[in-house]
Design a protein around this ligand. Structure first.
Ligand code: URA
Length: 221
């Protein structure tokens, strides 16, 4: 872990952080491909087995993830853990990461409020997502929310609502799109929260079955 005290986004507006969009860093902590590094405590890379059958991709680290340096360890992570358990998948068997590796936030009083990453930040961070996919080589990728879906399909116009509940193919892999756990936590009404949670559990169950099917096919070759 290579943490440091993050600066306030406001302060940085006066003092534009150094970026190099063409940089090809070896280590995530050295990344300056976009400006988000300047306000984050640390970069948050993926966690899981070196080769995992299932990869799960979220949007970006939140406040807790930024502090701890690990993905999905806050409230959204707790919901994801519950959904994984219901779907019969052990979290330690899957690789968990985010489309964007630094926490993007804005100050509200003493709190750091999540800000959706811009397309240029998703594009800049695709460098890392590509590397993770190549090295983990998952059979199935679960896209948790619209940002992950856009990043994985490399399509800024991808619409989550149009593909939830389907299985897509991209780059020779199955992609299972579903809602972001934060949506299932924060949707304004209980019925929507319940539906979103059930959809996440169903998507994870589908991903588990698909991964087993692909494994069986590969071992029968
Ligand atoms: N939300 C995400 O998309 N990723 C995390 O790691 C935590 C919250």
């Amino acid at each position: 872990m290579n943490s440091r005290k993050p600066s306030q986004p406001d302060a940085a507006a006066k003092d534009t952080p150094q970026i190099d969009p063409d940089q090809q860093p070896k280590h995530l902590d050295d990344c300056r491909r976009c400006a988000l590094w300047a306000h984050a405590t640390q970069a948050v890379g993926g966690v899981g087995p070196n080769h995992a059958p299932i990869m799960m991709v979220g949007e970006q680290p939140g406040d807790k993830e930024d502090q701890q340096g690990k993905p999905f360890v806050g409230p959204a992570g707790q919901l994801l853990d519950d959904a994984l358990e219901e779907a019969g998948i052990a979290r330690h068997d899957v690789y968990v990461t985010n489309a964007v590796k630094h926490f993007k936030w804005e100050p509200r009083g003493k709190r750091r409020m999540h800000k959706t990453p811009a397309q240029r930040e998703i594009d800049a961070c695709h460098y890392w997502l590509e590397r993770e996919q190549a090295s983990v080589d998952p059979r199935v990728i679960v896209a948790l929310g619209a940002t992950a879906l856009k990043a994985l399909l490399e399509d800024r116009d991808a619409r989550l609502q149009a593909v939830v509940g389907k299985v897509l193919e991209h780059g020779g892999r199955h992609v299972v799109p579903t809602y972001h756990p934060s949506f299932a936590l924060r949707a304004p009404d209980e019925a929507t929260r319940e539906r979103a949670y059930a959809a996440i559990v169903a998507a994870l169950g589908e991903a588990g079955k698909l991964a087993q099917r692909v494994a069986a096919r590969e071992s029968g070759r």
